[in-house]
Write a protein that binds this ligand. Structure first.
Ligand SMILES: Nc1ncnc2c1ncn2[C@@H]1O[C@H](COP(=O)(O)OP(=O)(O)O)[C@@H](O)[C@H]1O
Ligand SMILES: [Mg+2]
Length: 144
């Protein structure tokens, strides 16, 4: 599915659609250049899952945990946002809690997923972001 979005609000609305299909323990891989809209999309996912705090880029802290205030039964209650750019391989990714997060039913949203190698399950969602010409146009492609 490919969608062109023309505002942050439209990005949030698409993220809400995706969030509604997410189950505990799922991995969502985000790909695309700086400024393409990955963090904005993650904000939409978080809001749809009932997270109330601010979602900012995990570039400097590598991993950020966002808990839902009162998750609905069976719905993911924890969104973990990772930026793996500065990690060097699977051991690093395990060291920051990858398997523990999944075991506790978190949804992991991951930027630079290639760093996680074979830890990315075959069932992971893949979403690509592209900044088109013009200030607000973004292309969001939901690959799986
Ligand atoms: N349609 C849109 N979707 C997402 N962000 C948009 C859109 N239009 C403008 N923006 C702006 O572009 C920037 C996107 O940055 P961000 O989501 O942080 O990208 P990334 O995390 O991929 O680097 C934000 O400043 C946001 O306000
Ligand atoms: Mg970002």
């Amino acid at each position: 599915m490919m969608r062109e979005v023309h505002s942050v609000e439209e990005t949030w609305a698409l993220a809400k659609e995706v969030a509604e299909t997410l189950k505990p323990g799922e991995v969502v891989c985000l790909e695309g250049d700086l400024g393409a809209g990955k963090t904005t999309f993650t904000q939409g996912l978080a809001k749809a899952l009932g997270v109330e705090g601010r979602v900012t880029s995990p570039t400097f802290c590598i991993v950020q945990e966002h808990r839902a205030k009162s998750p609905a039964p069976g719905r993911p209650g924890l969104l973990v946002h990772m930026d793996l750019y500065r990690l060097h391989g699977e051991d690093d990714v395990i060291a920051i809690g990858w398997e523990d997060y999944l075991a506790e039913g978190a949804v992991i949203v991951v930027e630079w997923p290639e760093r996680a190698g074979s830890l990315i399950p075959p069932t992971a969602r893949r979403i690509e972001f592209r900044h088109l010409d013009g200030e607000e146009r973004r292309l969001i492609q939901i690959l799986v």
